[in-house]
Design a binder for this molecule. Structure first.
Ligand SMILES: Nc1ncnc2c1ncn2[C@@H]1O[C@H](COP(=O)(O)OP(=O)(O)O)[C@@H](O)[C@H]1O
Ligand SMILES: [Mg+2]
Length: 380
């Protein structure tokens, strides 16, 4: 065989194992064999640059700490990087071929929404969701999605997910610190009012009663008795304020009793029918959770009555699968979801629930009442 043909053979077999460093020498003949040789040299250059880009991509793909998935247009995982396999505790074969919806399904239409957004707006990031590991542990993640290439048809999708557990924990710690400071201050105020002001006012009330009793002037008696009545009202008001600032029942007898007391006490009591249900025995939980749920329920009742003009409010507690669930339901006017961001009340409700890694669903329909569903995981 012509030596040049042998060399072509040799080069092609080197290409097949990824070696593109040597070129075929072109002879002075410049005949057909040389033309083929020069074509093969060009192919070598091309393959070399493709291999470099592929290695470049693979190195980035496997060295980033974010989880990276390649999906086909039907949402099936065709590749996943080292971080994804490690963080989700899957081996390669059990992750490839899975639907991304099996890992991320919040909301269940996650993949369809994502593709819709990509088609409409180009690169798209869904701020936060949960991704589930092989052992069904939920990891909070920030998700980024884009097409892998500029192809129009059957373009694979690149999905990155970065674990934001640490960020969320830090945010929760900050929210907790703010809420705890507020609650401590309320507790201090309630204690001060109760232990000093109310005691002192009660003492004054006693002096006025005694003076009235001893007085011979009817006119003076009337004035003193009127003062005493006014003072009783002030004392009552102050007791209510103390109760709203920090109900003692909450710490002494627990959340459900404190809520019952609030509903009986509440100025709305006469206009609104309260139904309070507890399906099963609730376990003990932290005083932070007690206070937060109590404040959330107070806010709901205020909203249901002031905005919804509800005539019936139902509050149910139950405990299931380590989650404390509270369902708040009113038969009021309902509202549109765009109202949610407008007030401080619901923002505070969200922060309080979030600070315990809880879930909050607000369902409301005009004319059909409002429901807040709260779930707080208890680390028992
Ligand atoms: N239970 C409810 N019934 C009717 N409307 C509600 C209810 N809860 C919330 N809303 C609506 O959501 C808005 C935001 O509530 P919120 O954040 O508590 O703010 P605020 O009470 O200060 O207006 C309210 O202004 C109201 O329009
Ligand atoms: Mg409100």
């Amino acid at each position: 065989m012509d030596n040049r043909l042998k060399e072509i053979n040799l080069r092609l077999s080197e290409y097949s194992i990824g070696n593109f460093d040597n070129n075929i020498k072109i002879s002075p003949k410049l005949d057909e064999v040389d033309a083929i040789s020069s074509g093969i040299n060009m192919l070598g250059e091309e393959l070399k640059s493709i291999t470099i880009s592929r290695d470049y991509f693979n190195n980035i793909f496997n060295s980033v700490s974010d989880m990276v998935f390649i999906l086909n247009p039907r949402g099936i995982i065709t590749d996943a990087n080292k971080s994804a396999k490690e963080q989700l505790r899957y081996d390669h074969d059990s992750l490839i071929g899975k639907k991304i919806n099996e890992l991320i399904n919040d909301p269940p239409s996650f993949f369809t929404n994502m593709v819709g957004q990509l088609k409409k707006n180009g690169p798209y990031t869904k701020s936060e969701s949960m991704i589930y590991s092989r052992k069904k542990e939920a990891i909070p993640v920030k998700i980024g999605v884009s097409y892998l290439t500029n192809e129009k048809k059957d373009n694979p999708i690149l999905l990155t997910a970065s674990d934001i557990t640490f960020q969320i924990n830090t945010e929760n710690l900050i929210i907790r610190a703010i809420i705890d400071t507020q609650e401590k201050e309320r507790q201090r105020l309630a204690k001060d009012f109760h232990d000093s002001l109310i005691q002192q006012l009660s003492a004054i009330k006693f002096y006025i009663s005694s003076t009235s009793y001893l007085s011979r002037s009817q006119k003076l008696k009337t004035i003193l008795n009127n003062s005493n009545e006014a003072l009783s009202e002030v004392i009552n008001e102050m007791r209510n304020t103390c109760f709203n600032l920090m109900p003692k029942t909450l710490h002494e007898f627990g959340l459900v009793k404190a809520v019952r007391e609030f509903c009986n006490h509440s100025i709305y009591h006469r206009k609104t029918n309260f139904i309070i249900e507890q399906s099963n025995k609730l376990p003990e939980f932290s005083s932070e959770i007690k206070i937060d749920l109590y404040r959330v329920i107070q806010e709901f009742i205020n909203n249901a009555i002031n905005h919804g003009e509800a005539s019936e409010i139902k509050i149910s507690f139950y405990f299931n699968k380590k989650i404390l669930k509270v369902k708040l339901l009113d038969n009021g006017k309902g509202f549109e979801s765009k109202q949610i961001g407008k007030g401080m009340g619901l923002q505070n409700v969200k922060s309080r629930v979030k600070s315990h890694n809880g879930t909050l669903d607000i369902i409301s329909n005009i004319g059909k009442g409002t429901c807040y569903k709260i779930g707080i995981p208890l680390n028992l």
